[in-house]
Design a protein around this ligand. Structure first.
Ligand SMILES: Nc1nc2c(ncn2[C@@H]2O[C@H](COP(=O)(O)OP(=O)(O)O)[C@@H](O)[C@H]2O)c(=O)[nH]1
Ligand SMILES: [Mg+2]
Length: 318
């Protein structure tokens, strides 16, 4: 029996759990667990550990599928997996959610994080959610990746559709395993399909998970002591700032940005505003059209670092 291993990674909601479920012959061990965050009093399903599944390719070959936890706060797991469980894996499949503001930022992030792992292995980039957002298209990916110095296979898949995810498997082992009955395999896996009869619900769930993850990510950022996330109407999406005064201040700062922009039109768009006193915390707000973020940070943290963190957080929340 030849055992192949492959590791799936990618941002929260990129489709890791779904892809592994689509391919697996066994009841997948997705270790999703309810994470309750007392500060935000919300319980949401979030992958806190790896996903695992197995696919029998033929009488003599088997594929083991592992998925990393997506959120940065569980990054320590990636190291553990790479040095132990999947040290002998064939390849890394990087799932890229095409609906993200800048999918290439995700690619750069994961390629950097898994740099040592992929030098000796294959990297396959599998773009998901392209049914929801067609651009960037395949050509664009190839061009952009080339300019990043990444010469790798790019597949467009729907993680919910086993036949589609099978193209990754074929790319991985197709040239080595000649006696795989691909049609039979596809039929067998059809039962794993999670394609919805009707759309609708999926989207709501996705954005819920993302809101929680922004707060999670913020609180895992060194020097950040609180975060408030507002939507397009400047409604509070999530917050864990218990200090009422700070919360009020951050909200007025966000409103102030809009007012200032009108008053000082010659300055162009104002993206951030920082309130920095000699004592206690620094308060800063980062304003975009569709969302705004307020952060409390420790005095010692430089403004540039806070700005960089905020840019990352806003990107992650998309
Ligand atoms: N429309 C669409 N939905 C997808 C696709 N891939 C995954 N999903 C959905 O996106 C959501 C998040 O997927 P999940 O596998 O939990 O992501 P994970 O956080 O990477 O494990 C689920 O509701 C999936 O059904 C895709 O290619 N297209
Ligand atoms: Mg998952």
């Amino acid at each position: 029996m030849t055992d192949y291993k492959v590791l799936f990674t990618g941002s929260v909601c990129s489709g890791k759990t779904t892809a592994i479920r689509s391919l697996s012959d066994i009841e997948t061990v997705d270790t999703d667990a309810s994470v309750s965050d007392s500060a935000i009093r919300r319980k949401k399903k979030t992958t806190i550990a790896m996903d695992y599944g197995v696919l029998d390719l033929s009488d003599s070959a088997r594929l083991h599928l592992y998925g990393t936890p997506g959120q940065e706060r569980f990054k320590f797991m990636w190291e553990l997996m790479m040095s132990d469980l999947v040290h002998d894996a064939e390849a890394l499949v990087l799932l890229v959610d095409n609906t993200r503001t800048d999918p290439f930022k995700d690619i750069r992030f994961y390629v950097e994080e898994f740099r040592d792992f992929i030098v000796r292995r294959r990297l396959i980039i599998a773009v998901t959610h392209a049914d929801e957002q067609a651009e960037p298209d395949h050509d664009y990916y190839m061009e952009e990746l080339k300019s990043m110095g990444l010469f790798t296979t790019v597949l467009f898949i729907d993680a919910r559709d086993p036949a589609s995810v099978l193209t990754i498997v074929s790319e991985l082992v197709g040239h080595r395993e000649k006696n795989i009955d691909w049609d039979g395999l596809g039929k067998r896996l059809e039962v794993n399909s999670t394609m919805p009869e009707e759309g609708g619900e999926v989207e709501a769930l996705t954005s819920d998970i993302n809101n929680v993850s922004l707060l999670d990510a913020a609180m895992n950022t060194r020097g950040i002591t609180g975060a408030i996330h507002l939507g397009a109407e400047r409604d509070v999406l999530s917050s864990n700032i218990s200090n009422k005064q700070n919360k009020e201040l951050l909200r007025s700062m966000i409103n102030l940005v809009t007012a200032l922009e009108k008053k000082a039109a010659f300055m162009g768009s104002i993206d951030d505003l920082v309130l920095c006193g000699p004592q206690q915390e620094t308060l800063s707000v980062f304003v975009e059209e569709k969302q705004a973020l307020g952060l409390c940070s420790e005095k010692e943290l430089s403004i540039n670092v806070v700005k960089q963190q905020a840019a990352d957080l806003l990107q992650w929340s998309q």
